[in-house]
Design a protein around this ligand. Structure first.
Ligand SMILES: CC(=O)SCCNC(=O)CCNC(=O)[C@H](O)C(C)(C)COP(=O)(O)OP(=O)(O)OC[C@H]1O[C@@H](n2cnc3c(N)ncnc32)[C@H](O)[C@@H]1OP(=O)(O)O
Ligand SMILES: N[C@@H](CCO)C(=O)O
Length: 331
């Protein structure tokens, strides 16, 4: 079994999508940390603009995953794959289509279930039959949930963070509008603006009020305006606009109840011991969504609440609380 810290590629062949379309020659990029002993594999599923760099320098969960941390790489074989449709090494709009040119806007629509189907094939290729833990926040939580519903025998423990059983009208409204902005304004200005809107939804009104208030900078911009422009600009430098559209559409497709007799019936299929957590200031994935999960999943005792002023991004920022919850689940 490979030992990580470098991004590797797993070829998983053709993938038949929910739509019936066949996506050829799918590859997922991944990284691993720790040693596999046959029963200690933990799958970490990243959110919308995340990637395989979970820990180490610049890792998006570097204080949650690592030696001695909540997800302990001295104990667990930790695996992170880039999402299907992403732009950090896996098959998606930036990779070549069969004609050799970039897929771009021709990349087919994928659903969260398609993304999980790719991850299932990836697990098979890796030789991991059963995951000791499957963990995800936000869009990563959507995939973790689909894993546990569609493959209950392959998921022993499940950690769902700041996520939902089905994308709400509010979430769809924000994502669909961002996608329209990208289409209207183009990949640079459009992605920049889309990210600014998204970033507002990722943080809280209280944080903005306390942190920026009505402060105007020397350059004449409101501090909060400048902050959002900074985040828009940063995403344009590290992310692909076509991929953003594909991934946002996939999130909008999310509904665990579709074709399964509704959300309650779907959640009832989960066999994993489960921790569900939400963030008290999350205005994008409000606590009622995690309460629905906690109530409906047989192996979840109660909803855990992460206290944070940072809104939805609390799942990335509140490393101590998130790490403690992961440690409890994986004990
Ligand atoms: C699983 C996954 O989702 S992986 C993807 C996660 N990564 C991202 O989302 C990347 C985008 N980053 C973020 O959203 C956030 O930085 C987080 C969530 C990762 C961390 O949040 P925080 O630590 O609170 O960072 P914060 O939101 O304060 O941003 C800090 C940045 O804003 C800049 N900034 C702060 N105030 C201002 C201002 N008035 N004007 C311009 N820039 C500003 C800082 O200089 C800093 O810049 P840098 O990131 O280039 O160093
Ligand atoms: N900051 C996170 C929020 C989405 O959940 C991301 O960009 O992936």
């Amino acid at each position: 079994m490979p030992r990580g810290e470098v991004t590797q590629q797993a070829a998983i062949g053709n993938l038949t999508l929910e739509s019936g379309e066949v996506l050829p020659d799918v590859t997922l990029a991944y990284e691993t940390w720790g040693e596999y002993d046959g029963s200690n594999a933990v799958l970490i599923l990243h959110a919308l603009t995340g990637d395989t760099r979970v820990t180490g320098e610049g890792g998006w969960w570097s204080q949650v995953v690592g030696p001695g941390l909540g997800i302990d790489t001295d104990r667990f074989f930790v695996v992170a794959a880039n999402i299907l449709g992403g732009c950090r090494g896996s098959t998606g709009p930036t990779t070549p289509a069969p004609d050799g040119a970039r897929w771009g806007t021709r990349f087919p629509s994928v659903t969260v279930r398609d993304q999980v189907a790719a991850e299932v094939a990836f697990s098979d290729a890796l030789g991991v039959d059963t995951w000791y833990g499957v963990i995800g926040g936000s869009a990563g939580g959507m995939r973790a949930l689909e894993w546990a519903i569609e493959h209950p025998e392959r998921v022993e423990r499940l950690f769902l963070l700041a996520t939902c059983a089905a994308a709400s009208a509010d979430q769809i409204a924000l994502s669909a509008t961002q996608n329209d902005i990208i289409r209207a304004a183009g990949p640079v200005a459009g992605l920049d603006l889309a990210r600014r809107i998204a970033h507002i939804s990722y943080r809280s009104e209280t944080e903005f009020a306390e942190r920026f208030g009505r402060l105007v900078q020397d350059d004449g911009r409101f501090a909060v305006e400048s902050y959002l422009q900074h985040h828009g600009d940063k995403l344009v430098k590290r992310f692909d606009a076509d991929s953003y559209i594909v991934l946002s559409d996939a999130m909008n497709s999310h509904d665990v109840g579709r074709g399964r007799g509704g959300v309650h019936a779907a959640l009832g299929r989960i066999q994993a011991e489960t921790v569900v957590a939400g963030i008290d200031s999350d205005r994008l994935y409000p606590l009622y969504q995690q309460l629905e999960l906690a109530d409906g999943i047989p192996g979840c005792e109660a909803l855990d609440i992460v206290k944070s002023p940072y809104g939805h991004d609390g799942f990335l920022i509140e490393a101590d609380q998130v790490g403690d919850l992961a440690r409890r689940l994986l004990a």
